[in-house]
Design a protein around this ligand. Sequence first.
Ligand code: OSB
Ligand code: MG
Length: 374
Amino acid sequence: MRIDQLRLHRVVLPLVHSFQTSSHRKSTLEHILVEVVDESGVTGWGEIASPTDPYYSAETTDTAMLMATKYLAAAVQEPTWEHPDALERSWAKIRGNAFAKAGFSIAAWDLYAKTNGIPLAAALGGERSQVTAGVSLGIEPTIDALLTEVQTQVGAGYPRIKLKVAPGWDLEPVRAVRDAYPHLDLHVDANGAYPDDENTTAIMRALDTAGLTMIEQPFAPRAFASHARLQRQLQTPLCLDESVETLDDLRTMLLTGAGRVLNIKVSRMGGLGTARAAHELARAEGVPVWCGGMHEFGVGRAANVALSSLPGFTLPSDVSGSDKYYAHDVIVPPVIARHGRVEVPTSPGLGHDIDEDVLSAHTVELVELSAVRA
Ligand code: OSB
Ligand code: MG
């Protein structure tokens, strides 16, 4: 296979409900959709789901666009390849920039699966026909507003709720939700917002009594030693997200005991190949994994659903329905969750078509970089 045409669509979609994490608040999201066309005219789609600003990782939408046009465009169009793993290897020499790489990886995997007439999930080795979805709830202005959100999502059938926490928004909201829902599968995510000090240890010890399934990323991305020390003091498993960008990071987590659960994100790990490899390594070590999200539009969301069908994804993934985020998603049909479960598509590739009207209505920039061949 060889990719002849490449288009990068910078797309802005309004969120149905604005979302606040420990670092920022968002009411629209801007992602880059990657469209590749091979020599026989088959199209693959991917999504660069980087946040606009460098608060989750060092990348931004603008750095991803720069890396895409300056380096990844050539890396994806030069080689002839039989499997997307070969393409991912061809750009491995580009350091970092996982979100940008992931957009190209998803497009290549979609193209590969379509060319072979199989669903993306099957191309990855997925086994499930349905995946269990959880929802991630942002920091709300008040505890009552949070309880209303929890009620809405529990009422919609989602079996697992994750709450964003941050210094000043932790014990009180968690206790309020736990008191209202004594048996709910509940976990918290701090996005690395806590300093490693005695006060934090006291807060984490208190959270340890709230019956949480896990505490996700209390400390900064590189803080393996801090996570390992805290984990030794808690019953509740720590889950790493931002810390694990590569397989070597996962090996460090396993060796140091910095976490007992792994959140695998296609974006953070630079593509579906590395995400799948991380799943295999974690599975061999008996570490449960789940698929995290970055508020993806439908393209990235569909890739997350396909990945979540792999056998080691034993915990609910952040693959809630498109409607939780976007009034009009860029794909048809949208991703639909019923009673907290999403069907894994059975048609070739991602299993969804691009809604050209929604795409063109929300595209703010289109870059075409087609190969010039001798
Ligand atoms: O840490 O999982 C995170 C969104 C933006 C940045 C970081 C995170 C998130 C989410 C989104 O929690 C979950 C989803 O896409 O449903
Ligand atoms: Mg997280």
